[in-house]
Ligand binder design. Structure first.
Ligand SMILES: NC(=O)C1=CN([C@@H]2O[C@H](COP(=O)(O)OP(=O)(O)OC[C@H]3O[C@@H](n4cnc5c(N)ncnc54)[C@H](OP(=O)(O)O)[C@@H]3O)[C@@H](O)[C@H]2O)C=CC1
Ligand SMILES: O=C(O)C1=N[C@H](C(=O)O)C[C@H](O)C1
Length: 265
């Protein structure tokens, strides 16, 4: 039986994760914490997040699953490192400093962090890498749409896709197929306004916030009188919770280090 701790238990994702873990064979939620007081979630009492370090020691779960905000998430991963508990992190919007602290913590325990736990997004990212490699001179625009509560922009998934684009283009440059090696990554242009003609190689990035949209990402490649769009649309937060629990299942018992969702395949 894998014993799971859940942070942000009162949040949209925390609730999904607790529900999914409660009904999953071979898993049990043994600890749930939240910043503000909330009623039990799926029958689990929710403790104060301030007590997390002590509760991790007392209850000794196998893995912690976190969907909160960058600041608490970083603290929670550090608490996991102190307690010897593996961590699955779905939170997005980290600063470089916070990512460095998570990397330090991952020297003591396994930490798997992913901007998107939907399997369709894993497939989308593979398709993006293939399309960008096949259509090197095409213009690229990325659009993401999320609910009106979302704080970080562009989304973590959008940033991961942009990194994929940069990586493929950099590989082409260093293999000598386009320009000299070492060239800067493409400029990311966030929205456009006024006189702003498109520059060669730039990637347009557009973040829309509206209603209760769960999460959509579309990469558009255009050139040579044709347009290719690659789109993923999440229709329920259940897909993210299921992926995060698959990741938790996979992570328990691994050596310390940083892992990605793609590693689980
Ligand atoms: N990787 C993936 O697949 C996915 C990632 N996400 C990411 O997960 C994160 C959470 O999303 P979502 O569940 O929609 O957000 P919610 O706003 O619904 O929940 C946020 C949670 O974080 C807690 N929190 C907020 N501020 C603090 C703080 N200062 N200290 C401690 N806890 C705090 C909230 O507690 P309180 O109730 O007290 O406010 C709440 O439990 C976001 O970063 C989002 O981008 C979301 C979906 C999928
Ligand atoms: O905040 C959300 O809701 C989501 N956040 C993640 C992101 O920033 O990419 C993943 C998903 O799109 C939902």
């Amino acid at each position: 039986m894998i014993e799971v701790a859940v942070t942000g238990a009162g949040g949209h994702m925390g609730r999904e994760v607790i529900e999914a873990a409660t009904h999953r064979d071979g898993m049990a939620v043994t600890l749930a914490v939240n910043r503000t007081a909330v009623d039990p979630v799926a029958g689990h009492e929710v403790a104060d997040e301030a007590d997390l370090p002590r509760l991790l020691d007392d209850r000794d779960p196998d893995v912690l699953v976190d969907f909160t905000l960058p600041d608490p998430s970083t603290r929670y991963v550090e608490a996991c490192a102190d307690a010897g508990v593996a961590a699955v992190v779905g939170t997005t919007g980290f600063s470089d400093d916070q990512l460095a602290r998570i990397a330090d913590a991952a020297e003591s325990v396994p930490v798997l962090r992913a901007s998107n736990f939907a399997r369709g997004v894993m497939a989308l990212r593979r398709a993006v890498r293939e399309a960008v490699a096949a259509l090197p001179d095409y213009d690229i625009e990325l659009t993401e749409t999320h609910h009106n509560r979302k704080r970080d922009a562009p989304s973590g998934t959008a940033l991961s896709i942009l990194d994929d684009v940069d990586e493929v283009r950099a590989e082409r440059r260093t293999s000598g197929s386009r320009t000299e090696s070492g060239e800067e990554a493409a400029d990311r242009v966030h929205g456009r306004e006024g006189e702003q003609p498109r520059e060669d190689g730039e990637v347009g990035v557009h973040a829309r916030r509206a209603g209760d949209v769960t999460g959509e990402h579309e990469l558009l490649l255009a050139g040579n009188h044709e347009v290719l769009t690659l789109t993923h649309r999440a229709e329920s937060r259940g897909v993210f919770a299921a992926g995060a629990l698959d990741a938790a299942d996979w992570l328990v018992g691994r050596p310390a280090g940083e892992y990605d969702f793609e590693d689980t395949i």
